[in-house]
Every structure is written in C-alpha cells, then in structure tokens.
Write a protein that binds this ligand. Structure first.
Ligand code: LAC
Length: 221
C-alpha cells in the first residue's frame, strides 16, 4: 500500500521554475526598451503563447525544446502586436531568459530548507541550467522534461521527478505558482502547494491544491 500523502512533512520538495522561482516578467524592461509602450503587453503575450505552444505541441506529439518554443512564441507575439523583431532583438530578449530575476521570497526560503529539493521544469537544459547557475540557487537535482520530449502537465513528467529522486510520489510536495501545473502534479499523486501570489481563483481542472500559500516563505510553516 502506498504511504499516505503528507503535505506537511514531505521527504522532498519539487519546484516549478518559470513563474514560481524565476519571474518570467523580468523580460518586460527589455521589451519596453525595444518598443516603448509595448513592454507589458508583449511580455504577457509572449508568456501566454509560450505555454500554449507547450500544450499544443504535446497534443500534436511534436515536441520541440523549450528554447525553440520560447523563440517561436516571441516571434508570434511580436507579429501579433505589429512589432518588427530584428535578429539582434530576438537574441537580446532570449538572453534575458538566462538571467531572469528570482521572486523576492525565493532565496531566503530555499536557504532555510533542510529537505531534499529539486526543480522540475519544462525548460530545456540549454535555458534552465544557465539560469539556475546565474541565480546562485542550489538544488539536489535540476530535472527537465526534455528527457521525455513532452511537457507538463503530462503525468509521466511528474513521474520522472519521483524516479530521479527515488522517492514515493506521496512523499513529494510539488510547489508551483502555475495553478494548472500544481493540479497536474496533484492529478499524478504529489502533495501540492500552490503559491498564489496574485490572489487568482483555482483553475477548474477537477483537483484542488493541498495548500494555497501567498508566498514561498510559508512552505515551512
Ligand atoms: C516550467 C513552466 C511551467 O518551469 O513555467 O515548467
């Protein structure tokens, strides 16, 4: 019999990366400097398309690395907003993804964590590893969906984390600010902490998070 889920004392924490630890909207300033007045709508549409393309490609069974998806999402978002994108601007904006800011609650919360902890991300290693390195955060494992060639919230992605960490799924707490990701992890069988910094409603996907927190500071409380 599998052990009971234990959201309050997990054996391992698994964190989502983009939007949870790393602020994808830290690209906004550079977007704004390229196209004054358009920085915020461009950053929003870029992120929205990036996520849509991961889900659409997974359904199409046409995986491409997150770096490709992110480039294609930027090209689409610029065209949709009527913004001309030069090669230099594309490269400059893509390079921002290698040094996204962490949210203010991240560094201190992770430094207090004595439990095994890892990242599980849609990010391909070419994007994810330089980002983790530049942030100075330390993890027991940085796991990318790239090994499986399918994106979250496919259940086999969450299973990959349990296998890599050699930990029963019921003993893993998955932490994400992306509610659809948190519920995908819940559907697979993790205990789930949804970091709801923006006070959003819970997605209607048939599950509820075990804990809803306003900030990562609360994961150890
Ligand atoms: C990630 C996406 C969900 O880091 O932002 O996997």
């Amino acid at each position: 019999m599998p052990a009971e889920a234990s959201p309050l004392s997990p054996e391992a924490f698994v964190f989502d990366a983009y939007g949870t630890l790393y602020d994808v909207y830290s690209v906004t300033a550079r977007c704004e400097s390229c196209w004054p007045g358009k920085g915020a709508p461009l950053a929003q549409l870029w992120r929205a398309k990036q996520l849509e393309y991961t889900w659409q490609r997974s359904l199409m069974q046409r995986y491409a690395p997150f770096s490709t998806v992110t480039r294609e999402a930027l090209a689409y978002a610029c065209e949709a907003l009527g913004l001309e994108l030069s090669v230099a601007q594309m490269e400059g904006l893509m390079s921002e993804y290698l040094r996204l800011a962490t949210y203010p609650d991240v560094t201190d919360s992770l430094s207090r964590l004595r439990t095994k902890h890892a990242i599980l991300s849609n990010g391909s290693p070419d994007m994810l590893l330089p980002l983790v390195e530049s942030s100075g955060l330390r993890f027991d494992a940085v796991i990318s969906v790239d090994e499986l060639k399918i994106f979250k919230p496919a259940p086999q992605v969450y299973e990959l984390a349990a296998k890599k960490l050699k930990t029963e799924k019921s003993q893993i707490a998955f932490v994400s600010s992306n509610c659809w990701d948190a519920l995908g992890a819940k559907s697979y069988g993790f205990s789930v902490y949804w970091i709801n910094r923006g006070n959003a409603p819970v997605e209607r996907l048939g599950f509820k998070p075990d804990r809803v927190l306003k900030s990562l500071d609360e994961i150890l409380q």
